[in-house]
Design a protein around this ligand. Structure first.
Ligand SMILES: Nc1ncnc2c1ncn2[C@@H]1O[C@H](COP(=O)(O)OP(=O)(O)OP(=O)(O)O)[C@@H](O)[C@H]1O
Ligand SMILES: [Mg+2]
Length: 373
């Protein structure tokens, strides 16, 4: 990480430059990870127990409720570290995470006294089937478990997010489409409570596909979703938008409304194909519509540490995007397709599973990144 902080962020405008540098300057690839995480190697060596109540008490003064201290001495989360290690003993010894970088410990966030204003995250990749919807549901559920108030926005006319939360999209009278297109429509009429405490849903169905066409003739068509979400900002800590697999007007609306983008990438051969176009789109939105927009991170999904292929793809992704890649990696497990059928997040469907641990870890990493700003 450029600034030496464990969770340093860079504006998305730097993505293309850094990607280019990674291709053409071997120096960028070899030096960045060492300087970036050297601090962690030292920081984690002490191994104090961060769940010790006396230790947590030290942090009660932290204003927004996170027990996050970048200089503290942490152990990597053993439950998570064990799940993704091809050579668990070596990784524990060297404290190396699946991305090949030292794995920091992301502490369990403390309770919040107040809620809002929301950070809006767009889960975006125009490639289909990379884990956008799965990540939206499970990151949302994990954040909600940690006491954050979460709103999930289904922004795909397929309605997969709604289905994944046990809602039948065909039976809905009001969806996010009505909120976008009908003036005077209140979000309360469209909002659904989910079975997960602290987590609500703005559902969608095939009606939303009409919005893409109808919005073309609207004034300020790219900021329609932003305007619709504005009244909800004070009620939530995080709003996560599940984008459809395209870079059309709906996705541009999501990017215009968002503060941050998470890009899930499946660990397979063509993972990086199309990512340049995606980062270009993000940069254009940042320049023309939403200067606050930042790439929060690249999330490697469907990783299988047993295959050389998966490991090579992940190494390639880290080479191209270094610090932008989350330390947390989502492993491939049949439990995820099962959760879609069950209509609930993995954190409740299989609470003790590896997949649930991974999304809790991701939630902690996302919170730590937000807190470090
Ligand atoms: N880590 C994982 N391991 C195994 N299967 C997964 C994993 N993540 C997602 N899947 C499965 O892969 C399929 C695609 O995932 P998902 O629907 O989340 O992707 P998506 O990017 O939202 O797709 P689309 O572009 O069609 O909206 C689903 O069947 C899902 O259950
Ligand atoms: Mg989807």
């Amino acid at each position: 990480m450029q600034d030496g902080s464990p969770v340093g962020l860079h504006a998305v405008g730097s993505v293309a430059v850094r990607t280019f540098a990674a291709h053409h300057d071997i120096q960028t690839m070899t030096t960045a990870p060492q300087s970036m995480d050297g601090q962690h190697v030292n920081a984690m060596a002490g191994g104090r127990d961060s769940t010790d109540p006396a230790r947590l008490a030290d942090y009660e003064e932290v204003p927004d409720g996170h027990f996050y201290d970048p200089d503290a001495e942490y152990e990597p989360d053993p439950e998570y570290a064990a799940t993704l290690a091809p050579d668990a003993a070596r990784q524990r010894r060297e404290r190396i995470g699946p991305t090949g970088r030292p794995l920091p410990y992301f502490p369990i966030p403390g309770p919040l006294a107040d809620h809002g204003p929301a950070k809006i995250i767009a889960m975006c990749n125009q490639k289909g089937g990379v884990g956008k919807t799965t990540s939206t549901i499970n990151l949302g559920a994990a954040l909600a478990e940690y006491g954050r108030r979460v709103l999930l926005v289904d922004f795909d006319p397929q309605g997969a997010l709604s289905v994944g939360l046990g809602v039948n999209p065909m039976e809905l009278d009001l969806t996010v489409y009505n909120l976008l297109m009908e003036r005077g429509m209140s979000a309360d009429e469209v909002l659904l409570k989910t079975a997960v405490p602290n987590m609500d849903l703005l559902p969608s169905n095939i009606d939303l596909s009409a919005a893409e066409v109808q919005l073309v003739s609207e004034v300020a068509r790219e900021s329609t979703l932003q305007r619709a979400l504005k009244p909800l900002m004070s009620d939530y800590d995080y709003i996560v938008i599940d984008c459809q697999p395209s870079l059309g007007l709906l996705t541009v609306n999501a990017l215009t409304a968002a503060h941050k983008v998470i890009v899930p990438l499946e660990c397979e051969f063509f993972a990086l194909r199309g990512v340049a176009l995606l980062t270009e789109t993000i940069e254009k939105v940042q320049e023309r519509l939403n200067p606050e927009l930042e790439l929060d991170g690249i999330l490697a999904t469907m990783y299988d540490s047993r295959t050389v292929h998966s490991r090579e793809v992940l190494a390639r992704v880290v080479e191209a995007f270094d610090d932008h890649v989350y330390h947390t990696v989502i492993g491939r497990t049949v439990r995820f397709p099962e959760t879609t059928v069950a209509g609930e997040p993995i954190t409740t469907y299989a609470s003790n599973s590896v997949g649930a641990a991974a999304y809790r870890q991701l939630a902690r990493e996302v919170l730590a990144r937000c807190h470090a700003e």
